[in-house]
Ligand binder design. Structure first.
Ligand code: G3I
Ligand code: 9MR
Length: 610
């Protein structure tokens, strides 16, 4: 029997290799798996989306069959979103590093797809996802050797920014010119938005705190990597904190003299798909808002704490950030309900502004997060009281655990409280009680990964998981929540589910795309990204696409046509005009690298143990 099987396998292997020569590897047929790679000890599964009998087998580099399974042996499951029949092949038993091919053969065809098992498969992914921010830098050229093939001229100097009528004060009347250079372009567009920048910085520094040693040594190849500006005795600043400083310096310029913070720095309407240096539209700072001011306060309070060990490299920065945070918070207390309502603003002031709104009409969560960060930084009781008041309001308003997104930052405050409980309360915590709400919130998703999921994932099993930006705000973020749960409990189930979220992003999903540009065999290649579109070399690597979005706000604009009756988890177009499913942004990339880095750290520990 054994002999027969191996002859069959050899013959099939030959057929497969033949087919491999004829097929493009980006055509993954019914095979869905993580296209970037698996660490040796990681759980490894592939999903076969096929409603017919098939045989699956895995070949190693020398063409030997190392695993076979046929569809009768595998449990058939229906994708809860699309109803499509799927089966999961588990090849976790393969732990030898190498390149492998998964082949699926049915009566008429053979499909094959390569994957790799190797040490530290997510290190380069983390690095590129972080380097994306260097490419997003406004007001400067990106140059070699740092641009790694994607150099471009400078644009948007932002040293001649006009105060919009909505932001005018006696001290800075309409048309006053201010300088607000630097920072990162938000996304596929060239504007700079404080709400989203603040959220991004929050997740950024939380990722840093969680894995300091890892980030301290991660090299990004950016102009500041050499730490050339610091005096000789200064402690070496890690690259990821250098990169963040580029954005923080810009954020500081967005604070008005009264402590309030402009909602955004923007052109009146979106630029075309041209290079930064070709852009001509005037740029404005627009209206101070409570949400922007509080996100700024939280960011600066965090930054004042994170950069404290680097005072020699950035003299005076921490004091400046602390003062800016306290002034901003005071402004918000005096102006607690100034919301960004773009249509209403445009009725009152000219020119009309039609770029991204990042509007938010509930700021209890922003008060809560900023108060928690200021309480951690200063230990001041007054901030704790504000945090307590707003925690009550948040609980009364929606009662249920709500994951964090740019417009709802309560969970950032909560996770920060868990991480710094004794600094806030001055006594050791009954931390296990406090983590209950996180763990209870995650449990149903973990259960679904084991039961109904066809992608063996805690994400992607409910229609509500799919919306604008869900790859980050749904999938990566759930993975990050699992990493926190792992941090607090040490229970490996959480780590495994964080890895499963990353597998989903990297190809084990309904569309079969690896949603990170430049990675995997079938990557997102046409993002809604002006920097990519206008670059002669094309799409920049390391960017996470927004993901399937059944709301399709972009349908019928600029030729965006979704196929008819497409299920929610396939409502994605790798098509440049599709801004509602295929844009990239700073707040989404931060969740990608936080998740990938968190897993890479733990893989590195596993690798060391052996
Ligand atoms: O809040 C409602 C919720 O109650 C409802 O159930 C749900 C149903 O779809 O919609 C929720 O509102 C969504 C909102 O995001 C909050 O998440 C809107 O439908 C959705 O259109 C909105 O999308 C935002 C989009 O801008 C449009 O405003 C994205 O989150 C946000 O990431 C995106 O940000 C843009 C910037 O404006 C400009 N720069 C690019 C960036 C990325 O696309
Ligand atoms: O390019 C814009 C993108 O950055 C925004 O996220 C998106 C939603 O605000 O809007 C995009 O711009 C589109 C505009 O809203 C409608 N016309 C087509 C524009 C893209 O070419």
């Amino acid at each position: 029997m054994k002999g027969k099987l191996s002859i069959f396998c050899m013959l099939t292997a030959l057929a497969v290799l033949q087919v491999a020569c004829n097929r493009s590897n980006s055509d993954n047929g019914p095979i869905r798996l993580n296209q970037v790679g698996y660490a040796p000890e990681q759980e490894k599964t592939a999903t076969i989306v096929l409603d017919e009998p098939f045989t699956a087998f895995i070949l190693d580099e020398s063409g030997d069959t190392v695993l076979t399974a046929n569809s009768q042996q595998l449990i058939a499951k229906e994708n809860p979103i699309s109803g499509k029949t799927c089966r999961i092949v588990d090849f976790s038993s393969l732990t030898t590093p190498g390149e492998y091919t998964l082949c699926v053969k049915n009566e008429l065809s053979i499909f094959n797809f390569q994957f790799s098992i190797r040490e530290r498969p997510y290190r380069e992914l983390t690095r590129k996802a972080l380097r994306a921010y260097y490419h997003q830098r406004a007001s400067m050229a990106t140059e070699e050797p740092y641009a790694e093939g994607y150099a471009r001229p400078a644009g948007h100097p932002d040293d001649h920014v006009l105060v919009h009528a909505s932001a005018a004060t006696d001290e800075r009347p309409e048309g006053t010119v201010i300088s607000s250079p630097g920072g990162w372009y938000d996304a596929g567009d060239y504007n700079k938005y404080i709400v989203n920048s603040g959220y991004t910085m929050g997740v950024w520094f939380m990722a840093y705190e969680m894995n300091k040693e890892y980030f301290d040594t991660l090299k990004l190849n950016i102009p500041e990597s050499a730490n050339a500006n610091a005096n000789a005795n200064a402690k070496h600043v890690p690259d990821m904190l250098q990169e963040a400083m580029y954005n923080l310096r810009w954020m500081l310029t967005m604070q008005d003299t009264d402590g309030g913070v402009y909602h955004k720095l923007t052109e009146p309407d979106f630029e075309g798909f041209i290079r930064p240096d070709q852009c001509q539209k005037p740029r404005y700072v627009v209206m101070k808002t409570t949400a922007a001011t509080l996100d700024f306060a939280a960011t600066m309070a965090l930054a004042a704490r994170i950069y404290a060990p680097f005072e020699d490299a950035f003299p005076g920065f921490c004091a400046q950030a602390k003062e800016a945070a306290e002034m901003a918070f005071a402004w918000a207390l005096d102006n607690p309900e100034v919301y960004y309502d773009q249509p209403a603003m445009n009725e009152q002031f000219a020119p009309a502004i039609t770029t991204g709104a990042y509007d938010d009409f509930d700021v209890d969560d922003e008060f809560y997060w900023a108060a928690i960060e200021l309480a951690i930084l200063t230990g001041d009781k007054a901030y704790k009281m504000v945090a307590t008041d707003h925690a009550k309001a948040i609980a009364e308003a929606n009662g249920q655990y709500t994951p964090s997104v740019w417009g709802n930052v309560a969970e950032l405050g909560y996770l920060e409280l868990l991480m710094h409980y004794d600094e806030v309360t001055n006594h050791q915590s009954p931390i296990t009680n406090l983590t209950t709400s996180l763990l209870e919130y995650l449990q149903p998703f973990l259960d679904e990964a084991e039961t109904i999921s066809v992608f063996r994932s805690p994400y992607g099993n409910r229609e509500s998981d799919f919306f604008w930006g869900c790859n980050s705000e749904g999938c990566c973020w759930r993975g990050i929540e699992c990493l926190y749960a792992y941090h607090f409990t040490g229970d490996k189930r959480y780590l495994r589910n964080a890895e499963r979220c990353l597998n989903y992003i990297l190809g084990q999903n309904a569309t079969g795309y690896c949603y990170v540009t430049g990675f995997g065999t079938k990557p997102t290649s046409h993002p809604h990204h002006r920097l990519s579109f206008s670059h002669p070399k094309g799409t920049l690597p390391g960017f996470l696409a927004g993901g399937p979005n059944p709301a399709r706000q972009d349908a019928e604009t600029d030729g965006v046509k979704y196929p008819k009756d497409v299920p929610a988890d396939e409502s994605y177009l790798d098509y440049q005009p599709s801004y509602a499913s295929n844009e990239v942004t700073i707040n989404w990339n931060v969740t990608l690298f936080a998740l990938a880095a968190g897993i890479d750290v733990l893989d590195a520990q596993d690798a060391k143990k052996e």
